[in-house]
Ligand binder design. Structure first.
Ligand SMILES: Cc1cc2nc3c(=O)[nH]c(=O)nc-3n(C[C@H](O)[C@H](O)[C@H](O)COP(=O)(O)OP(=O)(O)OC[C@H]3O[C@@H](n4cnc5c(N)ncnc54)[C@H](O)[C@@H]3O)c2cc1C
Length: 337
């Protein structure tokens, strides 16, 4: 971290894109006393955003399996911000389980991650009664949490308005038309100015049943993707997520079979669940899969949140605010022109 001269600390701030990245930026800037306007091209349902399709897991320790240490560092900081700003966020931890045939990958996952306790079958059944007798053991990441993305996005937008910010839906904004500080949080749509961005497709399914109850996300070790089942309340569960180098938003039969198969492997009663929704979002990613805050005077771009948008957005907003207020630079994440 070092200091650099920053734009005027009391300037009005325009944020383009009301997904999870832009919403957290808008909230922290509005609460810090800036006149904030958040622009979103779509409507309040946010179906044009990748954030709409996300699982909402806040899982820095599990993500360490495939991510750089900076993701874990920012993710752990972000958990504090979620707790401080949304005290109702569920922090019930998360579980990792495996079929006997994926034992080696399970042990590898355990070795590559920290922050977990190993539960035997009995302890697993005590923690999550629906999984009684289903797995030989499990990894329990007690410090992790999860949010319901669609609910939390709406809540963020309401909180921005309550803090004095304006949230404007149904109109695309252009940075060149806006005065003051402009923070570009357009996700994949920012490819017009950031050519390196690409979309990584993540498919998901929502199912509904009253036959299974889970209190926390359960990840099933899978040879290709980390598949998971996330309880969404009211008998709904989100099954996620594939990770495919494609930029269409269709859901393939093969992916659907794998996602539904994962749910069935976690608990056979999911076989009788009703399918509520299929969908896919495109995760905005740079080639190194790391988030970036690119600064050119009072033009700032926050992007590349890839598979960690819900986890990282609060910490990235705090860093941007720290730059505007004090000129603080985190050189793992920020690039200055
Ligand atoms: C299936 C799936 C599961 C996932 N699960 C998780 C998870 O469990 N945990 C986690 O942390 N992350 C998860 N992610 C990743 C996460 O969803 C993304 O990292 C995050 O949504 C990216 O957020 P964003 O705000 O950068 O982009 P977006 O959510 O796409 O938001 C960008 C917004 O900008 C708007 N916009 C674009 N151009 C303009 C314009 N000119 N004017 C106004 N508005 C504009 C768009 O309409 C959009 O609403 C998942 C992703 C997928 C697909």
């Amino acid at each position: 971290m070092y200091q650099r001269s920053s734009p005027r600390g009391d300037s009005p701030v325009s944020i383009i894109g009301a997904g999870i990245a832009g919403a957290w930026q808008a909230l922290l800037f509005a609460q810090a006393g800036h006149a904030v306007t958040l622009y979103e091209r779509g409507d309040a349902d946010m179906t044009l955003s990748t954030s709409h399709w996300a699982g909402g897991m806040l899982a820095p320790w599990c993500e360490a399996e495939t991510s750089e240490p900076v993701i874990v560092r920012l993710g752990i900081r972000a958990l504090d911000l979620w707790r401080a700003h949304f005290p109702q966020t569920e922090f019930n931890g998360s579980l990792v389980v495996a079929h006997p045939r994926d034992r080696a990958d399970f042990e590898r996952f355990a070795k590559l991650t920290t922050g977990h306790a190993r539960l035997d079958a009995q302890a697993l059944g005590e923690l999550e009664p629906a999984l009684q007798g289903r797995f030989r053991d499990a990894l329990f990441y007690a410090g992790e949490g999860h949010v319901e993305p669609r609910r939390v996005l709406a809540e963020l937008h309401a909180r921005i308005a309550a803090a004095g910010g304006a949230v404007k839906f149904d109109g695309a904004a252009k940075a060149e038309d806006l005065d003051g500080i402009v923070i570009d949080c357009r996700g994949l749509a920012a490819r017009d100015t950031q050519k390196e961005l690409r979309g990584v497709k993540g498919e998901m399914i929502v199912i509904e049943t009253s036959e299974v109850e889970l209190a926390r996300p359960v990840r099933l070790i899978h040879p290709r993707w980390p598949l998971y089942v996330i309880p969404r309340g009211d008998g709904k569960f989100m099954l996620g997520a594939t990770s495919i180098e494609a930029e269409d938003t269709g859901v393939s039969v093969r992916s659907a079979l794998e996602l539904l198969g994962a749910a069935y492997a976690v608990h056979p009663a999911f076989a009788e669940a009703r399918i509520v929704e299929f969908g896919a979002g495109l995760r905005p990613a740079y080639p190194d899969h790391l988030p970036r805050i690119a600064i050119a005077k009072d033009r700032i771009a926050v992007n590349g949140l890839y598979r960690h948008g819900f986890l990282l957005a609060p910490a990235l907003a705090e860093l941007t605010l720290g730059y505007v207020k004090r000129g603080a630079i985190d050189n793992e994440v920020m690039r200055c022109a």
